[in-house]
Design a protein around this ligand. Structure first.
Ligand code: FRU
Length: 496
């Protein structure tokens, strides 16, 4: 960030210029992380959808590469995924040099292979480690009959017991996930539909099925990640998930919220407004799913005041599946590689203090625009306590992160945090109830503050709130507060 580009993230993926949305084709190969993404090479709002490309060694510092696949009047390149076809089952590479294979959605224009407006799944491949891409001659490889205008977002998972690939896709406006299988990534057979549970209030998009270990047990489960727009828990677009079993044909969710249940009964990957279309990095080391998500919301993403770029990715996350009070739940953490990179960057400043009715300024050590903060609060007699970030000298502006002891809720309030007049749909605050406070009664928040975003991982990632906001460049203060009683704070921060 700089005074002339004040909202440019320091530790999140952005394109140098122009619009981006969903991450696509996330793959780890030969020590490099590849992120492809929905990208408009010709402008600062959604359109001419192409696959942009960036690479990284540590999931924090990214290098932009040439556009991988560019829109044409006949075909836009919508979301999809990539796998390494190690055995060259597709025949698109050679045994010595196996191909990277992308499945993407063709969104057809005039004179395309299918009628204008229809969507189908197509293949592209690279035999030079993702640098250049060729489209497969037999595209599309998967189409519905009759053709459908909302059939999209193929994500591929290897199903070891059956030794085949499974593709999840959606018919977005019918709120259905459709699954298919293939042994060569080119010929796909229908397996089953998944529908009828969880939030239904918008398009279902960007589905993914991942297998996960259940923490502290030998059990494994399958988790369906699913984006919904609108109808998310924080308004506009958001991400829900389902835990269950997959038998090679059918995914069955366990303890899922019924379709007519209140939104709070569904399980959400994030309770902020800006986390969408996340999917996992194929082949990422470490044995846990590592997700990259788009830090935007379809309610207002096209209007956020950044230029010449618009759109940023969230910090990569690692998921763990644990037993909650009622059902299995996901925990989210900053991905290990990314966390190491963040923690390498500077020394830790820390402060212990007891705060009463007067808010206390944290001083110069905590005045960075970008920082990784560990906040521990013991609300000994207080009702509510928290931290103000990017605070103006007169106190009228700040981002407010608070915990309410009675309701056990964490709230991120961005209503006074900066420019917000670009959209009436830029929601003021987001809140989540924690399953329980720590066994020692303390509340722990890991806060990643970047130039125009905050990601709050509460209580070891039991809940996350990701929000964008657009503060004044000059506002760099931080302070802590405690209401109606005292709170003991431990604050640690690394400037980024
Ligand atoms: C989700 C989405 C996808 C689609 C892509 C188009 O944000 O709408 O369903 O493939 O974006 O850019």
């Amino acid at each position: 960030p700089s005074a002339s580009d004040p909202w440019r993230p320091a530790v999140h993926l952005t394109a140098e210029k122009n619009w981006l949305n969903d991450p696509n084709g996330l793959v780890y190969h030969d020590g490099t992380y590849h992120a492809f993404y929905q990208y408009n090479p010709r402008g600062n709002s959604w359109g001419n959808m192409s696959w942009g490309h960036s690479t990284s060694k540590d999931l924090v510092h990214w290098e932009q590469q040439p556009v991988a696949m560019e829109a044409s009047p006949q075909e836009e390149i919508f979301s999809g995924s990539i796998v390494m076809d190690k055995n060259n089952a597709s025949g698109l590479g050679t045994a010595q040099n196996p191909p990277m294979v992308a499945l993407y959605t063709s969104a057809y224009g005039k004179n395309g292979a299918l009628p204008q407006g229809s969507q189908a799944q197509s293949v592209a491949f690279s035999v030079d480690n993702g640098s250049t891409w060729q489209k497969y001659k037999g595209n599309p490889v998967l189409n519905l009959a009759p053709t459908n205008n909302n059939f999209r977002d193929p994500k591929i998972t290897w199903y070891e017991p059956g030794r085949y690939w499974v593709m999840t896709t959606v018919v977005a406006d019918a709120q259905v996930v459709k699954m298919f299988k293939s042994t060569d990534l080119l010929h796909w057979d229908f397996l089953s539909d998944f529908s009828g549970v969880g939030a239904q209030g918008g398009l279902w998009e960007v589905p993914e099925l991942v297998q996960m270990d259940v923490e502290d047990s030998t059990a494994k489960k399958w988790v369906m990640l699913l984006s919904i727009n609108p109808g998310g828990i924080a308004g506009g677009s958001g991400m829900q998930y389902f835990v269950g079993e997959f038998d090679g044909t059918r995914f069955t969710a366990e303890n899922a919220a019924p379709a007519d249940a209140p939104l709070t009964e569904s399980q959400w990957l994030d309770h902020g407004a800006d986390y969408y279309a996340a999917n996992s990095i194929s082949g990422a080391p470490g044995g846990k799913p590592v997700l990259l998500g788009w830090m935007g919301n379809w309610d207002y993403a096209q209007h956020v005041p950044t230029t010449p770029w618009r759109g940023s990715m969230a910090i990569p996350r690692e998921l763990t599946l644990v037993r909650g009070q009622k059902r299995l739940e996901l925990r989210s953490a900053i991905a290990g590689v990314a966390r190491e990179a963040l923690e390498r960057s500077s020394e830790v400043k820390s402060k212990n203090l007891t705060v009463g009715p007067e808010a206390q300024d944290l001083g110069a050590d905590f005045a960075s625009r970008t920082q990784l903060i560990e906040l521990e609060m013991d609300l000994t007699s207080a009702r509510e306590a928290g931290i103000l970030l990017r605070r103006s000298a007169d106190g009228s502006a700040s981002l407010r992160i608070s915990y309410n002891k009675e309701k056990r809720t964490v709230r991120v309030d961005r209503s006074k945090a900066g420019t917000s007049n670009f959209s009436e749909k830029f929601s003021p605050y987001h809140e989540v109830a924690l399953p329980s406070s720590g066994s020692d009664g303390k509340v722990r928040l890991r806060i990643l503050l970047d130039s125009s975003s905050v990601e709050v991982f509460a209580q070891d990632g039991a809940a996350v709130i990701s929000d964008t906001f657009f503060p004044d460049w000059d506002n760099t203060g931080s302070s802590v507060f405690s209401m109606d009683g005292n709170t003991d704070f431990t604050v640690q921060s690394r400037a980024l």
